[in-house]
Design a protein around this ligand. Sequence first.
Ligand SMILES: NC(=O)c1ccc[n+]([C@@H]2O[C@H](COP(=O)([O-])OP(=O)(O)OC[C@H]3O[C@@H](n4cnc5c(N)ncnc54)[C@H](OP(=O)(O)O)[C@@H]3O)[C@@H](O)[C@H]2O)c1
Length: 334
Amino acid sequence: MTKNRYWRLDRNPEGNDFDSALSLVDGELPPLEDGQVRIRNEYLSMDAGTRMWMGPREDGYQPPLPLGQPMAGLAIGRVTESRDDRYPEGTMMRAFGQWADYSTIVPDEAWAVALDESVEDIRDHFGALGLNGWTALHGLQDVIGIGEGDILVVSAAAGATGMLACQAGRNLGARVIGIAGGPEKCSFLVEKIGCEMAIDYKNEDVAKAIRGFGEKPTAYFENVGGEILDAVLPNMALRGRIGICGLVAGYDLDEPMPGPKHFDKILMNRLRVEGIFIPDVPERGPALYETLLGWLREDRIFLPFDETEGLDNTLVAYNRMMTGKNIGKVIVKL
Ligand SMILES: NC(=O)c1ccc[n+]([C@@H]2O[C@H](COP(=O)([O-])OP(=O)(O)OC[C@H]3O[C@@H](n4cnc5c(N)ncnc54)[C@H](OP(=O)(O)O)[C@@H]3O)[C@@H](O)[C@H]2O)c1
């Protein structure tokens, strides 16, 4: 039997203490069942949303991962064995698999896709062309309805989803204000990503900085929640639109996040607030992909990678993302 190391979720993590909650264990690959595909993982995607699956909450958009099971996550790799004719041995794929040497998946339950290998950097299937890119563009086009002349605020703007939302917003005609932690990230957003202004929420008063922009934001792509939402919400323009993509500030709470302080501004300023969730709109995938691929080829969108090497260092990478050490997309190269 082939050996397969995998990360097992032993207990629900407290805060960012992932070392006590997950362990790397040695396993063996069982024979494939009908309909299953086996992928030799080459890259793992670190996604902030997976922090919710590690907790005990039953009322999220995804049930919690059972304790004692392999940690689930997006992987890119080549099929080594297949009992699904659509994905023969040798196919390069992206799918929700396991944090492991190998992912064993049922393609239709794993958001699996065969990848276009003519894309120069295969890692872009995690970033600009991946679910972060799809989420950013779907959120802006279909949920928020961004257009020429909008003033768009994006939080967690130097992370994967946020950085793509900044660039997609700019490409669709908006003037963009990014919010991120630290001066290095803020300089990057202005110099490389095309944000007109970047606010360092760790060192600046976010509400005051937004008021200082001169014109009120008409759109907000929210990735964080908590104090950042409290600073942006009361400063939105009349009839502003807010797309809630993520609430990373509350993913370790194990209970619902407290409501925003300025909830009444939704009435006073007739704001529209709506959640963004890409699995709701699988039919939008091909069109989103085409737009993003066009932008990538025209150098109108890019995403740097924060890459860590080795399956045994997966928690180092995950910690970098959850503690904001990353600029761009956090991945693990196996
Ligand atoms: N709805 C969907 O379908 C969907 C899909 C993909 C992603 N998302 C959401 O998008 C957001 C970003 O996820 P990602 O995977 O792209 O990760 P990411 O942005 O690359 O990394 C997470 C970032 O969040 C920021 N952060 C972490 N804790 C924070 C806190 N307490 N307060 C403020 N900022 C904090 C950090 O940046 P700073 O240094 O700037 O703090 C960090 O770089 C998450 O909320 C995620 O759930 C949603």
